[in-house]
Design a protein around this ligand. Structure first.
Ligand code: DI6
Ligand code: FE
Length: 401
């Protein structure tokens, strides 16, 4: 089935650039784009179904490349504690934080996790997201990490969204391994990752490199195992302190290093040279009331591609709108709306290893796009949330919500 989508303007992100086509036409054949360009230059298309987009602006489907959408419980009580002046690290040290979500996630059945995650994911989809990455990391043992990853897979089967599942078993130390971090890392590398990978549940491997989580040596072991299993790696790095995890990530050709507020210029040089994407998470920066900004100038100077994501999680970023994150990236991190949009499309695709097929509107790519009833593309980073009028097309078919 061939469809012509016309009477629209396009911000295509072709070749990784912010490029505009006014009075555009897009032809889709099945799930792919077979032609895109200025309408008046379109060659005859033969038998085709035509959709009039009434002057809407078309962008690639938004890609949320860093989320922890699947989890049990929530932590609004800790939010209240932090408002009273207790720090994130103090809450974690007292057995709250990630550990409290681990307890709630372990206690939840797979169906319960599915139901709550689906509810959250629908918010992202209503906001124009067509691809999402979902991490495990609140199970912290084989059975419960498997449960989380299975939920991630099921979400992709039942909702109109492409899901990439990332194993984040090295997120925190589970209580059974208290004071035995090296043993837990050995368990991840020896048992958990090989088993979960063999079950086809893992698209990438992530870890939390931080003074209150895992050291660079421990992360390196996880990266080596991922490499042996043929899986790409990513890293939570430099969120609260500088351990140079982002340089380690670059050394292992990581798809991305994420957070990065405390990274140095040397880290940026290493990431630029390796093509490792910087995933910035302004929701977590905002929600933790951080003051150390990621080094935007160094990232730009050294040619690091910058992506923006929600980090949707119960502790540090309960963010249900990727568009709101675009605004925060501009307001808090001084990005331009063009940079922010590239960060939620083509650079986000690269952070998931999907840039060959997703993230921009070009011939041969997957026909995932959103037609927005807005006046200019910058409007996407301008409005603070809300439910913008839009039409979402995934794999060449219009989604209905
Ligand atoms: N960094 C984060 O911001 C989240 N995980 C991580 O490694 C926080 C997760 C949580 O607090 O539940
Ligand atoms: Fe995260």
């Amino acid at each position: 089935m061939k469809t012509l989508w016309q009477h629209c303007h396009v911000a295509s992100m072709a070749h990784g650039q912010y490029s505009i086509i006014e009075d555009a036409a897009i032809v889709t054949e099945g799930a792919h784009i077979s032609w895109i360009g200025t309408r008046t230059e379109m060659p005859p298309q033969g038998d085709v179904q035509t959709v009039d987009l009434n002057g809407m602006w078309v962008t690639p489907g938004l890609i949320d490349c860093h989320t922890h959408t699947v989890f049990g419980g929530n932590r609004s009580g800790e939010f209240e504690q932090r408002l009273q002046g207790v720090s994130y690290a103090e809450i974690a040290a007292a057995g709250g934080g990630i550990a409290s979500t681990v307890r709630a996630t372990r206690a939840a059945s797979e169906d319960q996790l599915y139901t709550s995650a689906e509810r959250r994911l629908k918010h992202l989809l209503k906001d124009g997201v067509t691809t999402v990455e979902i991490k495990s990391g609140y199970g912290l043992d084989l059975e419960n990490e498997r449960k989380m990853l299975r939920v991630a897979r099921r979400l992709g089967e039942h909702l109109p969204v492409t899901v990439r599942a990332t194993c984040l078993a090295a997120h925190a130390l589970p209580p059974e391994y208290k004071d035995r971090a090296d043993d837990y890392i050995n368990h991840i590398c020896g048992e958990m990752l090989p088993a979960l990978a063999a079950e086809g549940l893992v698209d990438a491997v992530d870890a939390f490199c931080e003074y209150l989580a895992f050291s660079t040596d421990q992360v390196e072991q996880v990266f080596i195992t991922a490499g042996q299993l043929g899986l790409p790696v990513k890293l939570h790095a430099e969120q609260l302190s500088s351990l140079h995890g982002s340089s380690l990530a670059a050394r292992y050709q990581a798809l991305s290093a994420d957070h990065l507020e405390f990274m140095t210029e040397e880290d940026a040089i290493a990431m630029g040279a390796a093509g490792t994407v910087a995933v910035l998470l302004p929701g977590a920066f905002y929600f933790l009331r951080e003051t150390q900004l990621p080094p935007m100038d160094a990232l730009r100077k050294h040619g690091v591609n910058i992506a923006i994501a929600t980090d949707l999680n119960p502790g540090t970023s309960p963010g249900l709108s990727l568009r709101l994150m675009l605004n925060m990236a501009c307001t808090l991190f001084r990005m331009t709306p063009e940079e922010a949009l590239a960060g939620a499309t083509i650079h986000a695709a690269k952070a998931l290893g999907m840039a060959e097929t997703h993230g921009s509107l070009e011939v041969g790519k997957v026909a995932d796009f959103v037609a927005w009833n807005i006046e200019r593309p910058a409007d996407l980073a301008y409005w603070l949330g809300g439910d913008l009028e839009k039409r979402v097309v995934r794999h060449g078919i219009e989604s209905t919500f």
